[in-house]
Design a protein around this ligand. Structure first.
Ligand SMILES: Cc1cc2nc3c(=O)[nH]c(=O)nc-3n(C[C@H](O)[C@H](O)[C@H](O)COP(=O)(O)OP(=O)(O)OC[C@H]3O[C@@H](n4cnc5c(N)ncnc54)[C@H](O)[C@@H]3O)c2cc1C
Length: 306
């Protein structure tokens, strides 16, 4: 740790509770929670963690993340609050990965640039949005992507174009050991009233459909082909089911909410229960959309439902 402290120029927090960095408000301590100062700092930290084979996780703002109460033995790296440059130059929108998606969308709307407005209200950073291929109301972040700068564990940056990455529903082929540093988008101008109409439709839909008053990580499961995961869970009668302080939302069955003191084990118990109930009733195995850190596969598997 002393050596790491000498290298890091940004912020290094030791034994930092991950509950402070996830929208669930859940998660035990990370040995080292680091916000690099800039790309050079990031490169040095990645080289160090690779040289000493230290397990390293990348996160954005933790809005699609479930972290175990036992925490993370290793380094957690985030660009949030540090890599936050955003520019509009040569017909491109150029944003560092720590830019919040909401800010990016609003700045594009201000300039009458269309493409990202359906993502209004999706929490998180640009980096997280790209890795998850975040989408809402018919639009996905990858739709207007031009290129991405990715740093690997040797601290080297490569620029890849949209076509170099496989994007599909809530999936990108960006690997777990690749850090998204920056992305460029190519957006077209549009009449402000058309952009505003799309934005309002998305905001309204979100307010109606999602339990926004409570802490959650958005959709827990991906929608399987043909059905919405929320519909399937609802059909098993699980809406409103509680384990500890966690609940399968009464409002939207694919959102599991934390009423304040939920533990990661409360959420995983609901995950197993929903998976088992949906499999028993429909023969469909639900796939997690939320990313998890620090669990055994058995903790998340419906075969172990209790
Ligand atoms: C109330 C609510 C509503 C939501 N609605 C939607 C919605 O409508 N549509 C939707 O798609 N999602 C939705 N989500 C989920 C979430 O907002 C998105 O998945 C978001 O894009 C995650 O961004 P993040 O920065 O929080 O990423 P995190 O949750 O921190 O991380 C997500 C993944 O990205 C990786 N990652 C993050 N940053 C980087 C980086 N710089 N380099 C490499 N890897 C990185 C992490 O390792 C992890 O695998 C919702 C969540 C909430 C809480």
């Amino acid at each position: 740790m002393a050596e790491l402290r000498n290298i890091v120029q940004g912020a290094l927090l030791e034994n930092e509770p991950m509950s402070k960095h996830t929208s669930y408000g859940i998660g035990g301590p990370a040995s080292a929670f680091i916000t690099p100062k800039d790309q050079y700092d990031l490169a040095e930290i990645l080289k160090f963690s690779s040289q000493y084979s230290i397990k390293t996780h990348f996160i954005g703002s933790g809005s699609n993340l479930l972290v175990s109460d036992s925490g993370i033995d290793g380094i957690v790296l985030t660009p949030a609050k540090a890599l936050t440059q955003l520019e509009f130059k040569d017909g491109l929108v150029i944003a560092e990965s720590g830019v919040m998606l909401g800010r990016l969308v609003k700045e594009c709307i201000k300039r009458n640039l269309t493409g990202l407005e359906s993502l209004i209200g999706v929490p998180g950073t640009l980096g997280g949005a790209l890795v998850m291929n975040a989408g809402a109301f018919g639009g996905e972040i990858s739709n207007y992507l031009h290129s991405v700068d990715i740093m690997n564990k040797t601290g080297t940056i490569k620029t890849v174009t949209q076509e170099d990455i496989d994007f599909s529903y809530r999936f990108s082929s960006i690997a777990a050991d690749e850090f998204v540093v920056l992305a460029r988008f190519e957006l077209q101008e549009e009449l402000p009233e058309i952009i505003q109409a799309k934005k309002s439709k998305a905001s309204q839909g979100r307010k109606t459909n999602q339990p926004l008053k409570f802490r959650s990580a958005g959709s827990v499961f991906k929608n399987p082909p043909k059905f919405a995961a929320g519909y399937l869970i609802d059909q098993t009668g699980l809406k409103g089911t509680k384990v500890g302080d966690a609940e399968i939302s009464q409002h939207h069955a694919n959102f599991f909410v934390n009423h304040g003191k939920a533990k990661s084990s409360d959420i995983t118990a609901l995950i197993r229960l929903a998976r088992k109930s949906v499999f028993d009733k429909f023969g469909i195995k639900l796939e997690l959309e939320v990313k998890t850190i620090g669990f055994n596969p058995q903790e998340l598997d419906s075969d172990n439902a209790s």
